[in-house]
Design a protein around this ligand. Structure first.
Ligand code: ADP
Ligand code: ZN
Ligand code: ZN
Length: 733
């Protein structure tokens, strides 16, 4: 009797057994269709044995085992198992959520694998052919071949755009042995060859160090100031591994950053198959990219956090750019940290991992300081003329301002306009204003479903909740006292945009926030507009702060940074420092010296003092000291148990029950359980939320405790009456 143990997308932490007479160990990692209740589900075979967990007569027989797709590699299955174990999430859901949606879709069959797209590469034999070998009358043929000679490759986009005969001609070239056919993703960028930049001394040192240890698990923290050329380090290390036919995984925090990086990699490695995996792809594009990685056809895999689950038969290097970014942590379902899993994968594959940042997370920085990671530093900007921007604080207690724009900032913007340079006004709040207030009775518009204020979106005359998305028209009068004199209170991007238009009627002003890039192509169009110098003043949120290179940008103005200075969130300051360093780093990246002006009521705050000196190391050290004395990560390890219920008392009561069963186990001396408390944002989408914090002296202690405790919780009768989840290594409390 042969039994397969299958991971299915169901919320129970176990595998499901099925009879599969013809299965053997070669089927481990393969996709299979199985009956489940009255449905058919797709799952992944995790093991094969002759030992069912239930009596044989109760077993159902599995359906078709998909032989068309190669089985998932053992290493990926191990990663899934680790994830399930570490984050206490059902194994089947971990596995199935890590795979492209099409693979897990019921009714999916292999015949639905998308048609592969072809591209054509010049062979060595083709390289010695000259145009004169092709008869002059075959005009299209010559044209096509000259393109091949120039670029070494013809992508699907190009030959489709050429002539209806080009496909036939390419087949002719193939028969002559001049070109080879290869399957590829749609090539989105034209090929060209760019010579490698001569590395700066610091870059050269970093590259040499990393390359000296490529065959081993070595975690590198590449700490390089903004504009120091971290990308060039990635590229040159990657080049070396690609030459050895290894695969490279590059993780970036935001989908918006992938096109830019994709272009950079394609440009540098025009002949290397590259796939880009992110949430902006449709499901068949994603499946196809994934399959190319899985089959080993794609050598460069770029992606956002989900790409960490991409199978790679020949891994050689993992890069995590902007490793401190919170987007690497998934905030629902399987709450994993792609950065942490990347380190796991590198260890598993015995390869180097490069974590890059201008402001590393305190976790990673600490690891480097205690010698677990190796630290590489780039102190200078790569382009020799590009100096770091000068940062100044504007003391808002004594400086006059109109519409939140202080005089020094207005002056600087004016000067920048006169000099035909770009400026960026950074305000991390979209909408017109963050509140609507009645002046007579102090009523404030709040969301019915969340403990949040409604944001005024004046453009479409709406009030919107930025937490649940609820929206309603702006009320003409106060619903409490009837006074029509209700006022938008505070400033968001739209309001600043309006104020700037009034101040600088002749300037070309562009607002960039989540509202303005809602359309799929809007983002790229905006980037192009900025790069073509068609914008004078940018008004934007953190969308603009990350990773972009705007060579003509000379001035950055920060309007409302103070709000996160005295937050209850212990990571708020770290986040603010990183964000401001990033946004400041946008200024003066090329040949124009940059200036950064920050409006604040606390100009003497240590954070701003460190920022002005642009001294990450000093700042990180004081932060680490504070974290140590207050017992916060990276000196302790945390987990949070969160519960949501229609009534707060229910959520709290459930958490109390879990605390009781936890304290029964006296052996957990190194674990501290705090009292259940309402969450900072208590009400969200109509549910009241509470949480219980668990703190441990080591990861291991925490894991041992959580495994046991989690099992006990799943046995509590109350557990099925509300929603709850465990968040290991939470980013926010
Ligand atoms: P970072 O990611 O560290 O902020 P980038 O990789 O974006 O920095 O590099 C900043 C700028 O410096 C880019 O325009 C890049 O082309 C340029 N650059 C990087 N390395 C070199 C080099 N060795 N020589 C000349 N220019 C370089
Ligand atoms: Zn009122
Ligand atoms: Zn809401």
């Amino acid at each position: 009797m042969t039994v397969i143990h299958v991971a299915l997308d169901v919320p129970v932490n176990r595998l499901f057994d099925y009879l599969a007479p013809n299965a053997d160990s070669a089927d481990i990692g393969r996709c299979v269709r199985v009956p489940f209740g009255n449905r058919q589900l797709s799952g992944i075979i995790l093991s094969v044995s002759n030992l069912p967990s239930v009596p044989e007569r109760k077993l159902k027989t599995a359906g078709l085992i998909d032989q068309a797709i190669p089985p998932l590699p053992q290493s990926l299955l191990e990663l899934f198992e680790f994830c399930s174990h570490y984050y206490h999430h059902p194994i089947g859901q971990v596995v199935m959520n890590g795979l492209p949606a099409l693979l897990r879709k019921p009714g999916y069959t292999t015949s639905r694998i998308p048609k592969q797209i072809q591209e054509w590469i010049l062979t060595d034999a083709g390289r010695i052919i000259t145009l004169s070998d092709i008869p002059a009358r075959s005009k299209t043929k010559r044209q096509l071949f000259s393109l091949l000679l120039e670029n070494g490759i013809i992508t699907a986009d190009i030959y489709k755009a050429m002539s209806p005969h080009s496909r036939k001609l390419l087949h002719e070239f193939k028969d002559l042995g001049w070109v080879e056919q290869r399957t590829a993703l749609p090539g989105k960028f034209a090929f060209s060859t760019v010579p490698t930049l001569a590395p700066t001394t610091e870059q050269a040192h970093a590259i040499a160090e990393i390359l000296a240890r490529i065959g081993t698990f070595t975690p590198w923290l590449l700490h390089g100031i903004t504009g120091s050329g971290k990308t060039e380090v990635y590229l040159q290390v990657a080049a070396s591994l690609l030459a050895q036919q290894k695969q490279i995984l590059v993780l970036v925090p935001e989908i918006n950053l992938t096109p830019q990086l994709e272009a950079t990699f394609r440009k540098r490695f025009p002949n290397t198959p590259l796939v880009s995996l992110h949430s902006g792809l449709n499901s068949s594009e994603r499946l196809q990219g994934w399959l190319q990685a899985q089959c080993g056809e794609a050598n460069i895999i770029l992606g956002t956090r989900l790409a960490i689950f991409t199978p790679m038969p020949r891994p050689g290097l993992i890069i995590v750019d902007e490793e401190q970014d919170h987007s690497f942590k998934q905030q629902d379902g399987l709450r994993y940290s792609a950065r942490d899993l990347a380190v796991y994968r590198a260890r598993q594959a015995n390869i180097p991992i490069v974590l890059g940042s201008a402001t590393p997370s305190l976790e990673s920085y600490h690891q480097a300081r205690i010698g677990r990671y190796r630290l590489l530093q780039l102190h200078a900007r790569a382009i020799s003329q590009a100096v770091l921007p000068a940062i100044h604080c504007i003391d808002m207690r004594v400086t006059p301002a109109q519409e939140r724009l202080s005089e020094p900032i207005l002056d600087a913007l004016r000067q920048s306009l006169d000099q035909k340079q770009q400026s960026l006004v950074f305000i991390n709040r979209r909408g017109y204003s963050p509140a609507l207030l009645c002046k007579s009775c102090r009523w404030i518009a709040t969301c019915k479903r969340c403990s949040s204020r409604l944001v005024v979106h004046l453009r479409n005359r709406q009030l919107r909740c930025h937490y649940c998305g609820d929206q309603q028209p702006i009320t003409p009068a106060c619903p409490q006292c009837g006074d029509p004199d209700i006022m938008p209170f505070g400033h968001g991007t739209q309001r600043i945009e309006s104020a700037l238009i009034k101040q600088f009627p002749n300037a070309r002003i562009l607002r960039v926030d989540r509202d303005s890039i809602r359309h799929k192509t809007a983002w790229q169009t905006m980037l192009d507009t900025i790069h073509q110098g068609k914008v004078d003043i940018l008004v934007g949120t953190q969308l603009l702060a990350k990773g972009h290179d705007f060579p003509n940008l000379a001035l950055v103005c920060v309007l409302n940074a103070d709000s996160s200075l005295y937050s209850t969130d212990f990571r708020a300051e770290e986040h603010l420092f990183s964000q401001l360093m990033q946004v400041a780093g946008r200024a003066g990246r090329a040949h124009i010296p940059g200036t950064v002006l920050i409006q604040t009521e606390f100009p003497q705050h240590p954070l701003y003092l460190a920022l002005i000196r642009q001294d990450y190391a000093a700042y990180a050290q004081t932060q680490l000291k504070e974290r140590k004395s207050a017992s916060f990560p990276p000196f302790v390890y945390l987990a949070v148990l969160r519960a949501e219920a229609p009534v707060l008392a229910e959520a709290l009561e459930f958490l109390h029950q879990t605390a009781v069963i936890a304290t029964i186990a006296k052996e957990y001396a190194h674990i501290q359980l705090f009292d259940p408390v309402p969450a900072t944002m208590t009400r969200l989408k109509g549910l009241e939320r509470a949480q219980l914090l668990i703190q441990a002296v080591s990861r291991k202690c925490l894991q041992i405790f959580l495994s046991d405790w989690h099992q006990r919780i799943t046995a509590l009768p109350a557990r099925s009456k509300l929603r709850w989840h465990l968040d290991v290594d939470p980013l926010t409390l």
